[in-house]
Design a protein around this ligand. Structure first.
Ligand code: ADP
Ligand code: MG
Length: 488
C-alpha cells in the first residue's frame, strides 16, 4: 500500500456552527492504482484530498505514506510526494507568469535550484508542444492548462496524484483525452492517484475501484463493475440514476455509454478472441461481395467490434459512434489487431459526411436505441453508393419492453451482458421506436422494411435465424436478434 488513511476526521466552523466535513474515513491505495472517489457536492471529497495533501490538518486520524505515518508537520519532501491537481486549471497557474516559469518555480521550491525540470520531456508527456509552455495560462485553453497542471505535478516526481474534479470544467472530448493521459501516466510510471469526481460516469470509466462518499463518510466501496451493476446502497443507485437525468437525449446516451465503456469493451474484446467472432465474420461475409476491398461504414461502432472483423478481411472501415470513450477503446482494439480503421465521433442519424460514400454500412444493436430510426435509415441511404448494402443487426428489445405489461420482458435487468438494466433507460431513450412501432401496427423487422422503403431502398429482407446461428451456446442465444438488410 502506498497510502493508508485511518479514521480521518475534520470539522469546520466554531461552536455555533459546527460542520463535520469528514467523519472517520479509512481506506488504502495500492501502488500504481487509480482509486475513484465519487459523491455529490458537499460530501467531503475535497476536504479529504486537502487533508491527504497537507493543505489542511485533520482533527483526528492518521495518514501513512509507504507504511510510515506522516507527522503533523509535513516536510518539503512529503509535499513533493503527493501532488494535487485542481478543477480550475487556469486559476491554478500564476496569471502573469508563463507556464514554464510556474513549473520552474515548483521544482525550485520542492526539488531545489540544482534540479532543473526537463520541460521538453514534460510537455511531450502531456501531449503538447514545448512552445505552448512559453504562454501565460490566459492564452491557453482549459484542456491545455489542465495538461500543463499534470505536467507541473509530474515535474517533482510525485508518488501520488491527488486529482480533484480535474475534468469537470472540460467538454466531453477533452475529458476523455485527460482521462486517457492520466491512466497512461499511472500505467507507465507506476504513479498512484486518488481521482475525485461528482461524476460517476467519469470515475467508472477510469477507475477499477471506487469509493462512494456521502456526508463525510464512505458509504460503499467496491470494484467499478460491482458499484455500477449491483450497488448495495440506495445512495449509489441514486448517483447512477442522476447520470441519466441529463435532459438532452444525445448527451444522455453518451453518458450511459461512457459508464458502460469499460465493461462493454471487456465483453467485445473477449468475443474477438472467441470463435463467436468467426461466426460473426461468416454472417458478414455471406452478405458482402468478397474478393475486393470495400469502403465500409460501421455505424455505432462502439468499441469497434465489426470494424475490426471487417478490417481483418481487408476492407477500408470507418467506425462512427456518439461516445468518445468508446472510440478511444475502438482505436486501441484496432491497433491491437493491427487493423487499419478510422474512428470518428458522429451521430448515426445525422453524420458529418458530405462527399463520402460507402459500399457497405453495417450496424449492430443501434437502431433500437435511436430516438428517430427513420432519420437513420434516410441517412444510411444517402451515404450508400448505388448497389450498396445496409446490414442492420438488431433485436426486438424495444418491442419486448413496450409489451412489458402484457408479456414477460426479454430483458432481465440482472442479466450480465450487453444491456444490463436497460428496461428503464429503454423506455426513455427509444421513445421513437416505442411510439412509432405500435402506431404502424408492425413489428420488427417488418417495421424496418417500411422505414427502408420510405428512405428509398429498392430491395430488402430479414433473417431472423441469425441469433441462433451466431450466439448458440452463449447465454443470450434466446435474444430476439435479427438481421435486416436493404440494398440501394
Ligand atoms: P465536496 O468536495 O465533496 O463537494 P467538500 O469537501 O468541499 O465537499 O465539503 C464538505 C463539507 O465541508 C461541506 O459541507 C462544505 O460546506 C464544508 N466545508 C468545506 N470547506 C469548508 C471551509 N473552509 N469552511 C467551512 N466549511 C467547509
Ligand atoms: Mg469538491
Amino acid at each position: 500500500m502506498i497510502l493508508e488513511i485511518k479514521n480521518l476526521s475534520k470539522t469546520y466552523g466554531d461552536k455555533q456552527a459546527v460542520n463535520q466535513a469528514l467523519k472517520g474515513v479509512s481506506f488504502s491505495l495500492k501502488k500504481g492504482e487509480i482509486l475513484g472517489i465519487v459523491g455529490e457536492s458537499g460530501s467531503g471529497k475535497t476536504t479529504l484530498l486537502k487533508l491527504v495533501s497537507g493543505l489542511e490538518k485533520p482533527d483526528a486520524g492518521e495518514i501513512l505514506l509507504d507504511g510510515k505515518p506522516l507527522s503533523a508537520k509535513r516536510t518539503k519532501d512529503d509535499y513533493r510526494r503527493m501532488q494535487m491537481i485542481f478543477q480550475d486549471a487556469v486559476a491554478s497557474f500564476h496569471p502573469r507568469r508563463t507556464i514554464a516559469d510556474s513549473i520552474r518555480e515548483t521544482t525550485n521550491s520542492l526539488l531545489g535550484r540544482a534540479e532543473k525540470p526537463d520541460l521538453n520531456e514534460l510537455s511531450e508527456r502531456v501531449g503538447l508542444s514545448i512552445e505552448l509552455m512559453e504562454r501565460r495560462p490566459g492564452n491557453l485553453s482549459g484542456g491545455q492548462c489542465q495538461r500543463f497542471a499534470i505536467a507541473r505535478a509530474l515535474s517533482v516526481h510525485p508518488e501520488i496524484l491527488l486529482c480533484d474534479e480535474i475534468t469537470s470544467a472540460l467538454d466531453v472530448s477533452n475529458q476523455a483525452q485527460i482521462l486517457r493521459l492520466l491512466s497512461g501516466i499511472c500505467r507507465d510510471t507506476g504513479t498512484s492517484a486518488l481521482f475525485v469526481s461528482h461524476d460517476l460516469a467519469v470515475v467508472s470509466n477510469l477507475c477499477d475501484r471506487i469509493l462512494v462518499m456521502k456526508d463525510g463518510v464512505i458509504v460503499e466501496e467496491g470494484d467499478a463493475r460491482q458499484i455500477i451493476h449491483e450497488p448495495k446502497e440506495a445512495y449509489t443507485q441514486k448517483l447512477i440514476e442522476s447520470v441519466m437525468e441529463v435532459k438532452d437525449v444525445r448527451e444522455r446516451v453518451q453518458k450511459y455509454w461512457t459508464i458502460r465503456t469499460k465493461d462493454f469493451n471487456a465483453i467485445r474484446l473477449n468475443e474477438l478472441h472467441d470463435e463467436i467472432s468467426d461466426r460473426w465474420s461468416a454472417e458478414l461475409n455471406a452478405r458482402i461481395p468478397c474478393g475486393k476491398a470495400l469502403d465500409v461504414l460501421d455505424a455505432g461502432t462502439g468499441t469497434g467490434y465489426f470494424a475490426v472483423l471487417l478490417g481483418r478481411e481487408g476492407h477500408r472501415v470507418t467506425g462512427i459512434d456518439l461516445t468518445a470513450s468508446m472510440l478511444e477503446e475502438a482505436r486501441k482494439t484496432a491497433e491491437l489487431f493491427k487493423v487499419d480503421a478510422g474512428f470518428l465521433q458522429m451521430d448515426v442519424q445525422e453524420t458529418d459526411f458530405a462527399e463520402e460514400s460507402f459500399d457497405v454500412i453495417v450496424t449492430r444493436n443501434v437502431t433500437w436505441t435511436l430516438p428517430d430510426p427513420g432519420k437513420a435509415y434516410n441517412e444510411w441511404y444517402r451515404l450508400l453508393r448505388p448497389g450498396g448494402i445496409l446490414l442492420n443487426f438488431d433485436a426486438n428489445y424495444a418491442d419486448n419492453v413496450r409489451n412489458h405489461n402484457q408479456k414477460e420482458s426479454w430483458v432481465k435487468p440482472k442479466d450480465v451482458y450487453g444491456h444490463i438494466g436497460i428496461t428503464k433507460e429503454l423506455s426513455e431513450e427509444n421513445a421513437g421506436i416505442t411510439l412509432a412501432m405500435p402506431a404502424s401496427r408492425h413489428h420488427r423487422p417488418q417495421w424496418d422494411g417500411i422505414l427502408a422503403k420510405e428512405a428509398g431502398f429498392s430491395e430488402w429482407g430479414a433473417d431472423e435465424e441469425v441469433g441462433k446461428r451466431v450466439l448458440r451456446e452463449h447465454d443470450l442465444s434466446d435474444a430476439p436478434l435479427f438481421l435486416f438488410w436493404a440494398r440501394k
